[in-house]
Design a protein around this ligand. Sequence first.
Ligand code: HEM
Length: 400
Amino acid sequence: MPLFDANDVTAVSPLPPLHRSQFEPSGPPEPVVLPDGTRAWRVSRYPDVRKVLTDARFGRAQLHVPDTVPLTGQSGLVASADLMFNQDGEDHLRLRRTLRRAFTPRTVARWRPWIASIVEQRLDTLVDGPRPADLVAGFTLPLPVDVISRLMGLDNAARERLRHWTEYAFSDGSHPEEEMEPVLAEFAAFGAALLTERRKDPGDDLTSMLVGAADEEGGIAESQLVDLVCGLVVGGHDSTMTMLGNALLYLLAERRECWSRIGADEEAAGAVAERLLHLIPLGDDRGTARHVSVDTEVGGVTVPAGSMVLADCGAANRDPDVFPPRPFDDLFAPLAAPTLSFGAGPHYCLGAWLARLELQLSLHRLAARCPGLRLARPADEVEWRNGTTSRSPERIPVTW
Ligand code: HEM
């Protein structure tokens, strides 16, 4: 019997599992004041969020120009003006073009055999090991790290430092400034050294491809390339790890009845992965920020020039005009409209197809190899990993 009903939005707890996150209902764009006093416009209906994310009048770069709209609560790599995610227009495209061939569905499909073999190796170690086991240490963390390390061509020393760098790159602001600086400097030095190495001695990894494409493209500052490489290294595993941990916690705690079908049918596992991606947020932040340069009409409301706009993808993914109510009921049903969990428009998640493949294979093969997998401790005793903008269980003790 489930501990709680994920469709019951009245259930509250101090730090609820992410699948129980509560979203303000979607409605017309409205001015809001954030907890730190920053003023913004919240946009929450599905078509309005799509408009904000796809319309060039809503940009990211202005959020990082001093004396315009301060993007408060952001620190670490995500606050860097050099990051691809913080560029607009041609500056953004120049960087994005260096990777455009790498992350297409077709390319990602070609990576499938080695990703599947990494999944199997991790599962071999897990099932041969002692029980109970920690699913985070044995599966949800090392798997995405293995994949991104292989893609980017990282050595073991870099792998060892990856989580440490990520905690600072994606800091939620709780790390003291005097700690942030040296760690981010060490991370940037790693990125710069990796680029230099691959320029001298290219391999078949993504970093080598990126360096070649950037040199061909021209006009890209080295600091931007460093941030691009560092962003891929941390962004390319943290979100997938977070999603996998939160999805498994939900499935094992509340939806064990789905487990055998996930193990028997890879396509069904893909549908579950897509629905959980759609419904379970990566953390407690509400909305991805943009800056609007001119008075712009959204959903019948004029958002004034110079405003910061928060596109609430979580609320939009539940917009009752687009998605039916009780969205957790049938995990195998296709979505009524494309999810906004990977964003939309020019900044649409570059790693979406890779993340989907990793999640689908992971859920399917774990359920196939461990049909009797179950939580070894109650879900409400879970401790949460904290300090970064994403949140997932620190440990998931399981047995089978
Ligand atoms: C479950 C996994 C993931 C989720 C939910 C996710 C989500 C997102 C979202 C929502 C955005 C756009 C944000 C916005 O427009 O405001 C984004 C951007 C991005 N993601 Fe992901 N992501 C995931 C995995 C990955 C992976 C595996 C990679 C790389 C290997 C990746 C690389 C990127 C990059 C580079 C951007 C910035 C794109 C740009 O600015 O043009 N992501 N992601």
